[in-house]
Write a new protein. Structure first.
Lengths: 111, 111
DNA sequence: AAGTTGTGCAAGCAAATGCTTGCATTTATA
DNA sequence: TATAAATGCAAGCATTTGCTTGCACAACTT
């Protein structure tokens, strides 16, 4: 347990992605986040801990509450990893498109 | 087992990200991929199966070999999810930057 | 035909993950 | 001060994950 915590793994879980979505709009305390899920408060608490450990959210205490705030710049790591391949997959789509264009043209000519 | 296979989970594993990196450049057969890792061929085979199940690579057989080819357009799903938050985190960075600028200016003025 | 190469399938296993429930602790409120 | 609210901590548990090893099999090579 308590293994490597990286952003890739953090966003792999759909519940955590949902939490990020909630907190991105407005900072929320733990209980109001947990209220929107059909699972125990502790489960959500653990998800939030994971998100905290990899820097995607920060938690500040305010009275007896823990306010969770999004700190999404870490997503850049994932984004950068993906972007290095964008050229690759868009080229594929381009060549598919030109192939389809060609096919269409041939059909029109043939007719 | 054999749960939901989504792209988010597929790229959560560093070995699978490495495999994607290798196959993006050139199509490779299973054994030559496995040769670059310090783990058994079967382990790699399983990773490739997962990548296949979520559509990130396709495998075509050619004689007795299985040629793995990248099909990375599925990464768009992750990219799109992240991009919806880019404005959010870049705004944060902007305000941090302007804050630092302000701080720097103050220090210069003070001196 | 016999051997080598590339791969799949299946059983087994330690560790990680995602969840629960119960109890303790701190902070506000009546 | 007693009570409620917001949360942490810890033990327990089923499932999933990532890996291994052993065996089978089809496809090339000699």
């Amino acid at each position: 347990m308590e293994a490597r915590r990286d952003v890739f793994q953090a966003i792999a879980d759909p519940t955590r992605r949902e939490i990020i979505g909630m907190v991105a709009g407005q900072s929320l305390n733990l209980n109001s986040i947990a209220g929107n899920f059909g699972m125990s408060r502790q489960a959500i608490s653990l998800h939030i801990r994971i998100l905290t450990e990899c820097g995607l959210i920060t938690v500040r205490r305010q009275g007896r509450e823990r306010i969770c705030e999004a700190r999404l710049d870490q997503l850049n790591e994932v984004s950068a990893w993906i972007e290095q391949y964008r050229r690759h997959w868009e080229r594929r789509l381009d060549s598919l498109e030109s192939y389809l264009d060609q096919l269409k043209k041939q059909r029109q000519d043939g007719k």
